[in-house]
Design a protein around this ligand. Structure first.
Ligand SMILES: [Zn+2]
Length: 490
């Protein structure tokens, strides 16, 4: 199996990558890879430290004569996402991955490959082991358990971030330089239920919106996909007015970081309003499909009978909730001024549910600008306070606001152009990266994120483009040398 690795370039990097694939290292089980990193540092007589969150720092002194150069922190996360095809016996806590090459791609049989972020770790080890790169002081930071909530970054010993420049090697498209990411915060808005007895002669029906595309609540929020909660309540508002529908319960969406794909409500209506309701439902279904033509091709608005309900929302409560959800903030709020197609702030009306006593509306709010994230919180808080809900905010994490004047960005763009004869693409991601947390711990850091090309990370189809690895490496080395010699005035 190892034989294929011996044909790939650059050799040291591929050898380290292969070694990492043979060490079980899923999130939550990083002891073996941590030991491997510590042993590596000891074997090269490099100073290393481990903090209480399980992060490892390895320091390499500058090349002779370059001691005054800026200090670069090279950073990657040590854990991988353990995903396998169904029916496969692989145990991520004990088994090595079965790695192979198919054309230009490196893959693992039936499992994630862990190129996210094992390839970044391997590149850093190859830099540390090398004797022929001109470099200033280097600090290699390997963070723990990024994939399950960035626990390593949140618990990081601040002293590990002493330096001037941070290169995060956890991006997935060679030729793209990431300069910013969104921060996020969770919000729950809670209404105490106000129920009254249902008319015993009424019938109950389930109304369901389904078949929507959904997607990531940050990365896909600009795609104008339908929000199942919003569509459901648009219909319920009409059904309440024209068919005397009374809401009994609601369940829409599932994950806070997903655009809701499905939502349903149980309603109670007079038997003689049933035909009218079905007509309204059919007309509205056609209307929604036309509105979302070309985007939501599988959209469905359906009804089916339900056992009679005992309790329904009081008139006043129903009116309040329908108005609230119909008017509630959702979607893109603004774009990045310097990059008008990229989302800066957004809100996802992710989940609406009723339990025995409460109706809860759950949001994830994002912005790459901290003050704008706080403004989003204030706006949602005001809106739901007016509606009579109580608000809870939690799970706050900082974004990474892009600095388009960054000397590092200018230098690395010049390095890329010099090396490959073309401009790299400068990008921001509307989702969380460790850079947001690291930058908040040391605001002086000039940061950039890049990596080789990885497709389908976090799935058993994960694959790494062989040719992109050489280019990624060449760019990384040229960047380190450029900073060391201050060729491009970082
Ligand atoms: Zn990653």
């Amino acid at each position: 199996m190892k034989i294929f690795i011996e044909t790939l370039q650059p050799q040291p990097l591929w050898q380290y990558f292969y070694a990492i694939t043979q060490l079980p290292h899923p999130s939550g089980y990083t002891d073996k890879i941590r030991q491997f990193l510590q042993d590596f540092a000891a074997s090269l007589a490099l100073e290393y430290k481990t903090d209480s969150a399980g992060n490892v720092l390895i320091c390499k002194p500058a090349s002779v004569g370059l001691e005054q150069a800026k200090t670069i922190i090279l950073q990657a996360h040590m854990d991988m996402v353990p995903q396998k095809n169904s029916g496969v016996a692989h145990n991520f806590e004990t088994d090595a991955l079965q790695v192979f090459v198919a054309g230009n791609w490196v893959k693992a049989t039936d499992t994630t490959l862990g190129a996210d972020n094992g390839l970044g770790v391997a590149a850093i080890l190859a830099v540390l082991a090398s004797n022929d790169i001109k470099h200033g002081p280097l600090r290699a930071l390997f963070t723990n358990d990024e994939e399950t909530g960035m626990h390593g970054a949140f618990g990081l010993d601040k002293a590990f971030l002493q330096g001037d420049i941070l290169l995060n090697l956890d991006s997935e498209d060679e030729g793209e330089l990431f300069v910013g990411c969104a921060g996020g915060i969770d919000a729950d808005f809670v209404f105490p239920l106000e129920m009254v007895t249902a008319n015993p002669d009424d019938m109950a029906i389930v109304i369901a919106v389904s078949g929507l595309q959904g997607g990531h609540s940050g990365i896909d929020i600009h795609l104008e996909r339908a929000n199942a909660n919003k569509l459901l309540f648009r219909f319920l508002k009409m059904a309440a007015t024209s068919c005397d529908a009374r809401l009994a319960s609601v369940l829409g969406g599932s994950l806070r970081n997903a655009i809701p794909r499905e939502a349903s409500a149980v309603i109670s209506i007079p038997v003689n309003k049933r035909d009218g309701l079905i007509r309204l439902l059919e007309e509205t279904s056609v209307l929604f499909s036309k509105e979302y033509y070309g985007i939501e091709t599988e959209l469905r608005l359906d009804q089916k009978p339900h056992d009679k309900v005992k309790w329904v929302f009081s008139n006043a409560f129903q009116e309040k909730i329908i108005h609230t959800v119909c008017a509630a903030p959702n979607g893109v709020f603004n774009h990045i001024p310097e990059m008008p197609t990229v989302v800066e702030s957004s809100s996802n009306l992710a989940v609406i549910l009723t339990d025995e006593r409460r109706l809860v509306i759950k949001y994830l709010l994002r912005s790459s600008v901290e003050s704008k994230k706080q403004a989003l919180c204030a706006m949602h808080d005001s809106f739901f306070t007016l509606a009579g809900a109580s608000a809870v905010f939690f799970g706050d994490y900082p974004g990474w606001q892009a600095n388009f004047e960054s000397p590092l960005l200018a230098a690395m763009r010049a390095v890329y152009k010099d090396k490959f004869g073309l401009e790299p693409t400068v990008k921001l991601i509307h989702a969380g990266l460790e850079c947001g947390i690291l930058g908040a711990l040391n605001p002086q850091l000039d940061m950039l994120s890049f990596g080789p090309t990885i497709r389908f990370p976090h799935s058993p189809d994960e694959k790494l483009a062989v040719d992109s690895v050489q280019r990624f490496w060449d760019f990384l080395i040229a960047g380190i040398e450029s900073v060391a010699t201050n060729k491009n005035a970082v």
